[in-house]
Write a protein that binds this ligand. Structure first.
Ligand code: HEC
Ligand code: HEC
Length: 358
């Protein structure tokens, strides 16, 4: 049984008390979550494996915050800004340079490359499914997408663009005026509007329907026997689900998983908690095959290398999570875990770049 294509499902609820929003054809298919068919109201008595599956079921709607509810106008403006290289001083880089739809919304590099081609300290994370995030950056230094968006624009290492220069530059591009006016009537071109529009666009970047989703909705042949065993290991012996929890496979929390790199991560902000030293935010795992190399430093090239890391338990030190320990996986179990991770890749085609304002 093949699930119906999600792009036919067009109405979503913009969560957190912002009411019902019907998205018109302007929204990319990738932005639509949920499933057009109904799930039984009274499910059969669940086994523990079934319960584990339930935790990973796709939510029916994208959450938008009450102070920045979804509108088509914000989406249109935010998409233009996201792809516009004129947001960088050199006019060479846009958000999409480092969070590129064609690279799983990352850049395919071990470390990002910033202004003047200088390498950054960490790998560019994906912006896929950030609508569900509650804290941002590998070290959690950004509290919201709205605030985060203006960080890379101004950062000398990244887009190196003083905000006053950016406002002047956008003001001189005639097509931007009506876009801002429609999205933020009477507000003009402001940093607040830029942050809100970009954040709105980012929230519509949602992973497509994956074979794993069909499987948890009851299609037993949607993924291989090996992948099904892999899921059993993921929530069982290997206990990956302790941290890679919920539908996007992250607890949105920080852990030291024993990577050898000396980067302090969350520990640079929280110097008191021993466990925050060298701790990084748990990344989501949906579409994970599309965005190696892995980890905050891009040091693990393949999923096989990631599994080897977990099998050894990583560097033992006081800050290492108590959830990390050598796993003693067999070759078959490692293969099963990889087969499972591969079923998380969805069917959404990379979002096309828009025609930019002139
Ligand atoms: C030069 C490459 C580069 C550019 C350009 C760039 N980013 Fe990033 N982005 C990064 C890197 C690297 C990080 C992680 C930095 C860290 O955690 O220390 C990051 C982190 C993020 C995150 C946090 C994701 C998460 O899950 O925590 C978001 C969201 C984001 N960027 C959005 C944007 C937006 C929006 C723009 C454009 C305004 C942008 N980025 C421009 C490289 C870039
Ligand atoms: C203690 C919490 C924890 C456990 C248990 C855990 N992870 Fe992770 N995982 C993380 C964190 C934190 C990172 C990012 C670490 C970094 O970048 O240094 C990560 C990174 C990853 C990545 C790379 C993602 C990316 O985008 O770079 C993969 C793949 C992954 N984990 C899979 C697994 C699998 C499979 C298991 C079980 C064998 C597992 N994890 C167990 C917390 C955990």
């Amino acid at each position: 049984m093949t699930p119906p294509r999600l792009c036919t499902f067009r109405s979503i609820v913009a969560g957190l008390a912002t009411g019902l929003v019907t998205l018109s054809a302007g929204l990319a298919a990738a932005a639509v979550v949920g499933r057009p068919t109904q799930v039984a109201v009274t499910p059969p008595a669940a086994t523990s494996a079934e319960q584990a599956k339930n935790a990973y079921r796709r939510p029916p709607s994208i959450p938008f915050p009450a102070d920045n509810p979804f509108t088509q106008e914000k989406l249109r403006l935010g998409r233009a800004l996201y792809f516009d290289t004129r947001l960088s001083l050199s006019s060479a880089q846009s958000c999409a340079s480092c969070h590129n739809p064609a690279f799983g919304w990352g850049d395919g590099l071990a470390k990002g490359v910033g202004h003047g081609m200088k390498p950054l300290g960490r790998r560019s994370p994906t912006v896929l499914n950030v609508a569900w995030g509650s804290i941002f950056m590998w070290d959690g230094r950004a509290p919201s997408l709205e605030e985060q968006a203006l960080g890379p624009v101004q950062s000398p290492a990244e887009m190196n663009m003083p905000i006053a220069t950016l406002l002047e530059r956008l003001d001189a591009i005639p097509d931007y005026k009506p876009l801002f006016a429609a999205a933020f009537p009477g507000e003009g071109i402001t940093p607040l509007a830029i942050g809100r529009a970009i954040a709105t666009y980012e929230r519509t970047v949602v992973s497509g329907w994956a074979p794993f989703d069909s499987w948890i909705e009851g299609d037993d042949r949607a993924i291989s026997a090996s992948a099904q065993r892999g899921f059993g290991l993921f929530v069982g012996k290997a206990a990956c689900s302790n941290c890679h929890a919920e539908w996007n496979f992250t607890d949105d929390s920080f852990h030291d998983i024993g990577m050898p790199d000396p980067d302090l991560g969350r520990g640079a902000f929280n110097k008191v908690a021993v466990k925050m030293k060298q701790a990084f935010k748990t990344p989501g795992l949906r579409d994970i095959t599309r965005r190696g190399p892995y980890m905050h430093d891009g040091s693990l090239a393949t999923l096989a290398a990631v599994i080897e890391h977990y099998d050894t338990g990583g560097v033992a030190r006081p800050s290492r999570s108590d959830l990390m320990k050598p796993l003693g996986l067999t070759a078959q179990e490692k293969a099963d875990l990889i087969a499972f991770l591969e079923t998380l890749t969805g069917d959404a085609a990379p979002a096309p770049a828009p025609i930019l304002p002139r």
